[in-house]
Design a protein around this ligand. Sequence first.
Ligand code: GTP
Ligand code: MG
Length: 389
Amino acid sequence: MFIDEIKVYARAGHGGRGCVAFRREKYRPKGGPDGGNGGRGGNVILRADHDLNNLIAQYYQPRLIAENGGHGLGKGMDGRAGKDLIVKVPCGTTVWQVGGEERGAEEVCEELPASKGLLGTLSRPVIRYAGSVQALEYDLSADTPSALAGSRKSRGILVTDLLGHGQEFVLCRGGRGGLGNRNFATAVRQTPRFAQPGEPGEEGEFLFELRIMADVGLVGYPNAGKSTLLTAISRARPKIAPYPFTTLHPQIGIVEYPDYRRLVVCDVPGLIAGAHQNVGLGHAFLRHIERCKILVLLLDMAGTDHRAPWDDYHQLLKELELYDPDLMARPRLVVANKLDEPAAEENLKKFKRRIRKTPVLSIAAAFGDGVDLLKQRLREAVEKVEGQD
Ligand SMILES: Nc1nc2c(ncn2[C@@H]2O[C@H](COP(=O)(O)OP(=O)(O)OP(=O)(O)O)[C@@H](O)[C@H]2O)c(=O)[nH]1
Ligand SMILES: [Mg+2]
């Protein structure tokens, strides 16, 4: 199963209660207050991991709840801190806060109800969820590809975008532990019979959205031979069949070069006219090409499905533009496939005549013809993009 979008509930651990206790010991009458402090609650931390390629773990475990802090105890014993919950997510995961209107830090402040025997209010107001505050502080331009920033429709409040392997983000902060009664002893109040309760941990509902971070995105009509090409240039073995929509989920392949340079290539399901409006397999998978450094437009030059390649070309560009106009600025290679078929030669001539300025690379993916040159071109194009960054 391939999951690229999932809603989760996250809650950090609550802080432990402070303790009300008095020292009892032989020969030490009225030993004074010695209630320990509560431990802090565990944080919910997201960590990007390049070994993962989809959000299946969150599909099976959509509630991310960190451990609570331990309560304080007598004899001055502090509660233990709650363990942080580290959640691994694939690189390229964007986190949105959902299910709550945008709130400022002041508005989410909330005081604990006063209760008998406890310190009525905390000195610091409790913040239920301060995620929106973190989101505001997050600098989009710092580590997000410029092509991404601003191009997406909002899906809530953007909380974070995890790109590089090992990048971490504290999604929900654990509550602080309450202070034990020994902290409240003064010269005039030597037996404080109250302690602080712990703060609640932050909580919220979030949408995790994965946009695969590949170097090259393969775009084309169904049956154009995208999966065949991926098989020819990498060790990936996606399903190949002579009917449309064989590929239902994005597939990843690694192209290796003799000098150990590697490129990540992403084969997405076929695009058809109206895909941006959810026709065919829809536009859900189109998000996976948003972060590709270059795009390969693969055309079936033999017209096996009785379509003209130049119509396909214009339609593909139109769909990409309608989905996200920024994609038009992305460097792209136009590749003509199935050149082994008799009709392809003639079509290629016509195609080149109609689309004059665009260079076209011709291959026969099923037979490996022209594939080495294509690999070279892919590398050059990717390195050019990387050089500009
Ligand atoms: N003659 C010829 N057939 C090819 C070539 N490349 C792919 N095919 C055939 O085209 C058909 C479709 O290939 P796929 O690789 O599954 O196409 P796809 O673009 O991944 O299709 P979807 O996953 O449905 O979007 C298969 O029957 C392949 O054998 C080629 O270079 N020459
Ligand atoms: Mg395919």
